[in-house]
Each structure stands twice: as C-alpha cells, then as structure tokens.
Write a new protein. Structure first.
Length: 693
C-alpha cells in the first residue's frame, strides 16, 4: 500500500481511505448489500484494522449475531485460519499457534461488543454516549439498521427514517464515525444487472420521468428526469415538525432503473405515476402506494411560492395569455389570434404593438362571426429574419404547439403574484368561464377548458401560487374531438380570491362577477372538502384526551354539540373545528395541523400503468418534497454521508470467481465516488485488496 495521509479512522483499505480520507468524525457511513454477500465480515475487517493496526477504540452493536459468533469471526480473520476448523475443533498445532497469536493481539485491542437484540435507537444512543464518556470511543459499528427499533410504531418507514436520523445524530453528538450496515431490498434481484444502486437501499419508491419537481429557488416545476446529475438546487418540502412548506436543498437526482408503475389519481384531479413502494403522507403517517386505497386522504400543498420580482412586463404576460389560449402559433403559418369579441381583438393588437413596437403590424379582419388578429412582421421574412413574435414564443418554449400540446411557459411560474394574476386574467378571457347560473340554485360556474392536460395542470399550479384551490375534471366529447380538461374553482373563499386576483376582462363578465360575489357574501361556508381527516381523532385527539383526563362527553359539551358517542370520531374536521378541538384537549400538534400548509386530498383511483424508467431525488434534512403538487417521500439514504455497496457478481454468474468483490462508493458527500476491487476469502472471513500490477 502506498503511504497516504488519513485524517479519519483508517480502514486499512488503501483505495477506500484515498477517497474518504478514512471514516470521518460526525459522519454516517452506510454499508449495504444483499444477504450472504459479507456485510458483517467486511465491517469486522474494518473494525479490526482500526483497533489493531491504528489503535483506535471501537464499539460494535450487533443486533443479529451473538458476541461469541463475532469474536470467533474476529479470531478467524486475524489468525487467517479456516472458520470451519475453528468451529469444529479440527485445527492442527500450527493453526492453534496462529489462533493464540490472534487472540493475544485482539485482547490488547480496544473492541467492545454489545449484542442486545432489537435495541431501540434511544437506548443505543444512551449506551454509545456512556461508552464515549467512559472509554473514549473512536468508531461505532451497528449491525444492522433494519433490526433496530424506533420510537414510532405507526409506520415502518417513519421508524426507519427515525433510526437513520438517530444514527446521524449519534455521529455528530459524539464526533465519531458511525458505520451502519443495511440490508438491500430485492429490487436488485429483479434486474438483469444485479449491481446495487441507491434506490435498492432507499426502498422508498421511484417516480416516472415526467413527474414535476417544484424548485423552490426558481419557483417552477421541472421534470425529474431533467434533474438527473444535478445537485445543490432547492426543492419545496414539508417540515414534519411545523407542517409548513419550506425550501430544502436537494443533494442529487438519479435514475433508479426500470420498474412497474401505478397511476395514483386524486379527487382534485392531481395525479402521479410511481412504483408500488413509493410513500405518500397520510394522517396516520407515511404509507406505501400499494397500502393505499380509494378514499384515503394524502397530503398536498395548500399553496406554492411565487417569484420575488417580475422578469416579464404585464403587457408580455397579457399577450402570452391570449396567444396560448386562442392563438395559432405553428411554423409556416401566420401567427394569428381568434376571438368573437371585437374589444379583445383590439386589445391583443394593442398589446402586440406595445410589446414589439414597430417590429409587428397587427391587422384585424372580420371573418364570418369571428375576428382574426394577424400579427405579421413589419419586415420581409427571409432565411435570416423571422417574425419577432415567433422568436419570442420560441424563447419561452411554446412556439409550434398545437392546442392539445400547449402548456404554461416556465417563465410564468417565476413571476410575482400580480404577474401571475395578469397572465391568468387574459388566459381566462379565451377559453375560461365565469358565470352565475339563472337556475333556482344560482350556482357559480368558474372554470377553464382545454384539450391540453399539461396546460390544465400548469393552470392549477399557477392558481396554487395565488393560494387558490382548484380541481381538474376530464370531460368526454363523445367522439366529437379530443377530451377536454376543466380546471374548476368551487370553494367560497377560493372563488373570492379568484375574483380579487384574477377576474375576467370580457364584455359582460362584470355582471356575473358581481352576482357571484353577492351570492357568496350571503352564503354560509361549508368546508366539507377542506378537512383534517378522520384518523386524526385516533392518532392525535384521543391520546391528548387521555393525557388531559378529558372524556368524550365533556369534549362534545365544550364544542357545543350533543353527545353522540363514537359517531363524532367517524368524520373529518374542518380546520376551524380542529382549532376548537385542539384548544379543548390542549394539543399543540393538532393546532399545527389545523394551521398547516396541507390540503388533504382523497384518492379517487389507483391503477397499474405499465413499466418504465423511474427516478428519485435525495433531499437534505427532511424526508419529502413536492412533486406534481403532491407531498412525496424521501428516505434513509439522505442521512448518510457515505454509502458503500458490496457486490459479488460470482454469486449470480457461474463464469466469475465467487471471491471477486466490488466495493461501490455510490455516495460520498465530501469526495469522489468510485469502484474498488476486492477479493473475499470466505473460509477466513477476510476481504483483501488484490496486489496492484
């Protein structure tokens, strides 16, 4: 081995020490593999090298094997004697001499073993702190993570997340490296290439490539496949302690392989395509997709952030809204806008003149019952000169789109709330509706209709940036054309915000807006959709009642309702009612939930949707991010500073020596990733580096 400076705890594997500078204080190192590959042996090799060769103090928490079994393995690897000979007592005199020497060296090393089974993370932390105070520990080894217990029993994914976060806390609190072993999921066994990857460790599911990740720093959604290889960007996430949305740093995005996926459809029209094991947040904690059913409520954001400053003028946003709604912007075709209203035609012509000046010459033609606004270039179009409107739209990424392909340009999401309102106001003047029916019920009708699903989803996100909830419904055209997507607004408070921030500029719209506002002013709100789900009674309210000594009868009396036994707990609570209940039972958690940034959206359908490439993202600190306007899970790999995989291809391929081993450094927060070649002497429980040529 070449000499090198190692600042952390040396592993004595030269290439591993070269990329990590040893196992560093404050860091969580995860060593993962499928069963029988040699995780425990490799961890013991590292522990032995640190204790015997580098004279470091090591504590091993073994939740799977007894201390006697571990000691036997340590002796076997130190003595370089066949494990079978030791276990059966068939070692010869020469072997016994080597065993005696190994035992003498190990007895002088500082290695402590705790083999308490099913150790809770809180107890492991207490024992590690005690060992640090009494003996001065330099390295903590945990074998293995999935056998530990956390404090929360309602969801295994929450429990494992708590454990991994707890191990990271131990590393930082004691200023020591923590080497935690982890068993990989079976996903690697299902692939033709069985080499491990981060998604196997995470077991948190994956998302299809078109899934839109909300970038907090840029205030826009981006397909997850376009983020692969990037890191250091900010995503929008939900703080699980405060229930508030906040920006969090994404460490990396990566391709996770090819998997079967399912389409999860929510009642609001939100949808996402994910693997069966992807987790979503319910009132009872995180649940895998294959554990969910129609009717279950999952967390979605109540709002999305808008930009801090305008990068487009109001005239640009207004013109863009009209052209996306009723414009024809195809190549080799005159750019034109079609409307039935003369006033809108003149408005668009004026907007084009103000945006492009003398570069365009708008012309309005009355054709049958329509007005056509032609936005022709003022200059003759040649090979080197294009219509400035086309160049502008191309720069925004929306030139040449047919009606069913149209979408909201990325630049619009980054505008201020005022700018977003301008864009939506002019877009709504094309294919939107603001109408108060003349029926007895006098029901407001506010929606936007489009044949483009992407445009409809983009409009929903823009409305969320204005803190306006909406729903998307698919309306069949019964063979007369493409299905339409209606983005509708129905909640009283949402309608009032829409009227105030968006409105409608079409002739005659003012009367309908006034009628809707009058109706809402005279109508008592019934928030039957915006509720805190019913399971909250069991998970939060009833434990708080027991803690405070409050009976169900006294609770209902304090709420001013008649006693009806357990029927109270069968339904969700409005946010206002949840605040009342929180005060009655003195629950801070319910207070936070009642004031949260979460809208609980019920599941409408779950169905299989093929097999395709999937992707994932690692987010710092919290365990989630906002994708497709839904809160989705992130998991244990994020807590690790270094992730190591052991892979022995000979276990799957007969033509490869079974001793050949690849140590894959797949994540290294402070250094490079790489592949390190090793050999495994199985009968002696030793991994060693092959001699360099």
């Amino acid at each position: 081995q070449s000499r090198q400076i190692v600042h952390g705890v040396p592993t004595n594997y030269s290439r591993l020490d070269a990329v990590t500078q040893g196992l560093q204080p404050d860091e969580l190192i995860v060593l993962a593999a499928r069963p029988a590959v040699g995780k425990t042996s490799f961890a013991l090799n590292i522990a032995r090298n640190a204790a015997v060769l580098a004279e470091r103090r090591v504590v091993i928490f073994s939740l799977e094997m007894s201390k006697q079994a571990l000691v036997q393995r340590l002796i076997c690897s130190e003595a370089k004697v066949d494990a079978y000979l030791i276990s059966t007592g068939q070692a010869d005199a020469h072997a016994f001499e080597r065993i005696a020497g190994a035992m003498d060296r190990l007895s002088q090393a500082n290695i402590w073993i705790d083999d308490t089974p099913a150790l809770p993370i809180s107890e492991l932390r207490a024992r590690a702190r005690r060992m640090k105070a009494q003996q001065g520990v330099d390295l903590v080894v945990v074998d293995y993570l999935q056998l530990m217990r956390g404090g929360r029993q309602d969801s295994r994914v929450q429990e494992v997340s708590e454990i991994s976060s707890g191990l990271k806390t131990i590393a930082k609190e004691l200023s020591v490296p923590v080497l935690a072993l982890s068993q990989l999921s079976r996903e690697s066994e299902r692939r033709e290439n069985r080499k491990p990857q981060l998604s196997d460790l995470r077991d948190s599911g994956c998302l299809t490539g078109e899934s839109l990740v909300w970038l907090a720093g840029e205030s826009r959604p981006v397909p997850i496949r376009d983020l692969v290889g990037r890191g250091g960007f900010e995503v929008l996430a939900l703080n699980p302690e405060t229930w508030q949305l906040e920006p969090r740093r994404a460490l990396r995005a990566f391709h996770s392989g090819i998997k079967p996926v399912f389409r999860l459809q929510l009642r609001s029209g939100r949808a996402i395509r994910a693997s069966a094991n992807h987790r979503f947040l319910t009132a009872e904690g995180w649940r895998r997709l294959d554990e969910l059913a129609p009717g279950d409520h999952i967390a979605t954001p109540r709002w999305l952030p808008s930009g801090d400053h305008a990068t487009m003028t109001d005239d640009e946003l207004a013109l863009l809204g009209h052209l996306i709604g009723d414009g024809c912007t195809l190549p080799r075709h005159t750019i034109q806008y079609t409307t039935k209203d003369r006033e809108l035609a003149e408005l668009v012509a004026g907007l084009a003149t103000r945006v492009f000046g003398a570069g365009v010459r708008p012309r309005i033609n009355a054709e049958r019952s329509w007005y056509q606004v032609y936005l022709a270039s003022a200059d003759r179009l040649t090979h080197g000169h294009r219509n400035p409107v086309a160049v502008w739209l191309e720069g925004l990424g929306v030139f040449g789109l047919r009606s069913y392909e149209k979408r909201v340009p990325d630049a619009v999401f980054g505008q201020t709330m005022s700018g977003i309102g301008v864009f939506l106001r002019h877009l709504w003047a094309t294919d939107g509706c603001i109408h108060m029916s003349a029926s007895v019920d006098r029901v407001p009708g506010v929606y936007y209709a489009s044949s483009s699903r992407d445009l409809s989803y983009g409009i929903r996100s823009l409305l969320l940036q204005l803190n306006i909830a909406s729903h998307i419904g698919r309306v069949s055209q019964s063979g007369r054309g493409r299905d339409q997507y209606h983005v509708g607004i129905s909640g009283g408070d949402d309608l009032l915000r829409f009227i105030a921030l968006v409105g409608d500029l079409r002739p005659g719209a003012d009367d309908h807006i006034a009628a809707i506002a009058d109706r809402l002013d005279r109508t008592e709100r019934n928030p039957n959709r915006d509720v805190v789900p019913a399971p909250t009674w069991r998970t939060i309210v009833q434990p708080a009642m027991r803690s405070a000594g409050i009976s169900g009868r006294s609770l209902q009396a304090s709420l001013g309702t008649a006693h009806n036994g357990a029927a109270l707990y069968a339904h969700g609570m409005s946010r206002a009612r949840a605040t009342q209940v929180a005060a009655a039972v003195r629950s801070e958690e319910l207070f936070r939930l009642a004031e949260s940034d979460v809208y609980w959206d019920p599941i409408a359908a779950i169905e299989a949707d093929g097999t395709e490439d999937v992707f994932d993202i690692t987010v710092d600190c919290v365990h989630n991010l906002i994708v497709n306007d839904i809160v989705v899970h992130n998991s244990i790999e994020q807590d690790a500073d270094v992730v190591l995989f052991l892979y022995r291809p000979g276990m799957h391929k007969e033509d490869i020596d079974r001793s050949v081993t690849e140590l894959l450094v797949e994540k290294n927060r402070n250094g490079p990733t790489t592949k390190i070649d090793l050999h495994f002497q199985a009968n002696q429980m030793v991994f060693y580096e092959p001699a360099r040529e």
